[in-house]
Design a protein around this ligand. Sequence first.
Ligand code: NAP
Length: 521
Amino acid sequence: MTYLTVPIAAQNVEQARQQIKAALDAGAEMLELRTDYIEDLNVDLVKDLIAAVKSTGGKRFPVIVTCRDKRQGGSIAYPQRLRLEVLAGALKAGAEFIDYEYENFLPAENQERIRVALSGSLKGKLILSAHNPDVSGFGNIGKLYRSILTVYPVAIPKLVYTANHINDCFEAFDLLNRTSGERIIFCMGEAGVISRIIAKKLNSLVTFASLDEQSATAPGQITVAQLKKLYRYDSIDAGTELYGVIADPVGHSLSPAIHNACFADAGMNRLYLPLLVEGRAGEFDLFMRNVLSRKWLNFVGFSVTIPHKENALNFARNRRSFVEPLAEKIGAVNTLVVSKDDRIKAYNTDYSAALDAITSGLGITRAGLKELPVAIIGAGGVARAIVAGLSDVGAKIKIYNRTVERAKRLAAEFGCEFAPLDELANLDSTLVINCTSIGMHPNIDQSPLPAEYIRKDMTVFDTVYNPAETLLLKQAKQIGAKTIDGLSMFINQAAAQFKLFTGQDANIDFMRKVISRNITA
Ligand code: NAP
């Protein structure tokens, strides 16, 4: 059993009552009363807090009472003696769990106080916790885990450290995997977010989530609503298959929203995670090796985006894995699938997604693109997939880019023309495609193409999909040009990934609805 636990970090009992009600309404399964946030703390206040939980939620909601030492992340620096009194008082008042720092439990007098309090409680259990700025701060995390259980065999060890990189999370996962019983192990920080989401799959006793972003009590804590709605918390179990988008940054990605909604809609026991993989090829390769060497994590598929599409291709090549010829030609991979025999298969779904968005937007077939004059603005990853697709169907392509050398290289590879951005003033193409990030949320008042260069007889396709209607598309519409938004391409590539992940066709209309609900601007 994993309890979805909301920390109550209020300054007084009245504020706590409001937070308790909101947490239980939001779907919390357990509450942690962070008494170190309460001003003028005394034992009676703690009893009032426990009574408030029991009267608001009924007896079925267990409570952890914590009075965190300031040295381990506590709020107000209360003396050790008062903190011990608070924990003893909490047990008397019916708290199911108390959380005390392992380091503070070691001195004989503190230990004696806690042991006496526990012996007088019928159901109270002791969480012995350790928090560190990173995993190396623990020395050997496995040894620390065993030491806690040697000192107090019925303790619930709680080991928490900051993941400075997603690759730091694997020590926590390994410890959860090779131990059983009640224990709480996870990573803080943005790079540790996945450890909070998959805590339930790995059977940690607790995962912490906040009521809202402002009330988070630790870095990387996500909200109850995100866990329940976006990450399908209620349906996660040990058998849940894992998927995710590998990116940096990853916070803005709509892929978790679209894929999780589709998995839910199809009744599949699958979970799609945001995988923040910072760094270059070295970090990417290590992440993939970490995942693939732990079959029990059950990672099955990945979307890959900025800045790892080339790294994904090289990773697959170096393992002599299957690489779809199209992905080889484009020089980028945006989808990795792990087969049952642990082999990686690498694909690129951007190429077809873009061509389909263009042909359906123009109401023509791919053959109709032959000889069409197309201007591509940008020469990065998306431009590369689109240029590959359009050159295959025989379009006449000119690439405009801020870094002209990059446009030149791409143009040479696919036999196109190239030019610097200021030559957009002489634009004579019929189809113009923005493949830069200009105009993307939050910079929604920017456009890669001055409005005076847009003509009525043009079609303007913006690959930026957040917002769906960019300034470029707004201006093109005002002028009377035809427009194609980035959503169509995004949905097409996600639909193709869904098929590669599951073998089933995606429901495109449903995907469009999910994305429209999740667009932030
Ligand atoms: P990328 O490889 O990093 O390339 C970015 C491109 O934008 C480069 O050509 C870069 O020019 C140019 N650029 C960036 N900022 C600029 C600025 N301030 N002024 C002029 N040029 C600028 O990124 P990508 O993977 O190609 O993605 C680009 C955009 O495509 C994303 O932001 C996203 O909105 C969109 N996208 C859409 C989909 C979809 O399915 N609809 C999928 C993926 C991406 P330099 O070469 O000079 O740096």
